[in-house]
Design a protein around this ligand. Structure first.
Ligand SMILES: [Zn+2]
Length: 443
């Protein structure tokens, strides 16, 4: 996200107001906060009912009246809104005030399937600026006014520097053996104090610097937009000698789950309302479920009980030494699509852990064409030998996927790596029939 000067001019008062409320929100009395959250959810539902044609019918079919909503249980009457419903009802999901609200059309990158269009208004854009401001101010010595670098899918060129926001944009599309020295020099030139980006990009950057024997040090790094895998965190933290803060958000701007300095993930319910649901859309208190969110700021196209298609799990522990009262998420498992399904019907997540013992792999990803097979694609370092490395990799994979599924190994070149339009690499791409993904989770 690039912040332009004119954006600052058009929203300073609103930004100050949201900034103030966001600063206090995590530390407010839990009961008071929840009462207010219910009011905000009700207001959003009433707005949607009165201004968005789609919701009139959607609520009616669910026997839901926003005016009667007095509890979170009542809110649960509403069905879950998935991406296909949004795609098929795009025009009817637009508020009759969209233009007045400063709506801008956006699109998800569509790393699997068709991209999805939606609208974001000025209010939610201001709120997300305040949200990132809160995240970046979390650590004592860093804040939004210090020079920072972001390494993600910036595709207009190799890099650019915004003097006003002091942000150095580095393109993950252009990050390679040839450009890494230039990226390194730019970071020194602009005296960058902290860095943020896709975990896969931060990881790749650390690897390339390491190969060239170049060293950079950041006390804090912010990782977002993809699931941060444990081996990535380990390598990034060790290489840059600092802490990675994982911040889960998405373009639709309904969700924000951010790690605190104590290493726990908090669902930031002042930005969006986060629920974790089972296959029957019932709330899951323990174990894994789908993360379903309701954005609390965007009125141009409200997304109510929106299915993120990511899997997550609540922590049963309710308090955190950091003092935040936002609920704690034990783990974000990543996208439903990132799950391998075995012929026995077992769903296996976090297969990345099987690769951490093989140090000669630069990057790996798995393709599952059907329920009987997986193909492990390996982009190796020069001294990689499949013959030597395979037994250990096979052993670690078999521990997780069992003995029935067929595993093929394929060595790939840099050109073959399937970057998504946003410059990410998906760890698992699955063409397995979706019906298998709705069974119980055994992760
Ligand atoms: Zn905490």
């Amino acid at each position: 996200m690039d912040f332009r000067f004119k954006d600052y001019l058009s929203m300073p008062l609103q930004l100050l107001r949201i900034n103030r409320s966001m600063k206090a929100a995590p530390y407010r009395n839990k009961e008071d906060f929840e009462k207010e959250l219910l009011v905000r959810l009700r207001e959003m539902c009433i707005y949607a009912y009165e201004h968005v044609p789609f919701y009139k019918e959607w609520f009616h079919d669910a026997d839901f009246s926003p005016y009667q909503m007095q509890s979170f249980e009542y809110f649960e009457r509403l069905p879950v809104l998935d991406k296909d419903v949004v795609r098929n009802n795009y025009d009817r999901l637009i508020s009759d005030e969209a233009e007045k609200l400063g709506a801008v059309e956006c699109e998800t990158s569509g790393s699997t399937g068709t991209p999805m269009q939606f609208l974001l208004d000025n209010n939610v854009n201001t709120a997300s600026l305040a949200l990132f401001n809160r995240t970046w101010n979390m650590c004592k010595d860093w804040n939004i006014t210090k020079p920072q670098a972001t390494i993600s899918g910036y595709a207009e060129g190799e890099w650019k520097y915004n003097r006003f926001s002091k942000i150095l944009y580095l393109s993950s599309f252009h990050l390679n053996e040839e450009t890494v020295l230039n990226f390194y020099n730019l970071i020194l030139k602009y005296k960058v104090k902290f860095i943020r980006g896709y975990p896969s990009s931060l990881y790749r950057f650390a690897q390339l610097l390491n190969e060239r024997n170049l060293h950079l040090q950041f006390d804090v790094m912010f990782s977002g937009a993809e699931t941060l895998l444990p081996f990535q965190r380990e390598f990034i933290e060790e290489f840059f000698k600092g802490k990675v803060i994982d911040h889960y958000t998405h373009w639709e701007r309904t969700a924000s789950i951010c790690e605190c300095m104590e290493g726990r993930l908090h669902a930031q319910n002042d930005y969006g309302f986060h629920e974790i649901l089972d296959a029957n859309n019932r709330s899951v208190k323990e174990g894994v479920g789908r993360l379903v969110c309701t954005g609390l700021y965007n009125r141009a196209m409200p997304l109510i009980r929106y299915d993120t298609r990511d899997l997550a799990e609540w922590e049963t522990e309710i308090s955190c030494p950091c003092g935040s009262n936002f609920p704690i998420v034990k783990k974000i498992w990543g996208r439903i699509e990132d799950i391998v399904v075995t012929p026995e019907g077992v769903l296996v997540g976090r297969l990345d852990a099987a690769f951490k013992y093989n140090k000669n792999i630069k990057l790996a990803y798995i393709y599952q064409p059907n329920i009987e097979n997986i193909i492990v694609n390996i982009y190796p370092f020069d001294d990689f030998s499949l013959k030597t490395e395979k037994p250990l990799l096979e052993q670690e994979l078999r521990k997780r996927v069992g003995s029935t599924i067929k595993i093929q190994y394929k060595i790939v070149n840099k050109e073959d790596i399937p970057f998504t339009p946003a410059g990410k690499v998906r760890f698992v791409v699955s063409d397995v029939d979706k019906k298998y993904q709705n069974t119980e989770f055994e992760l």
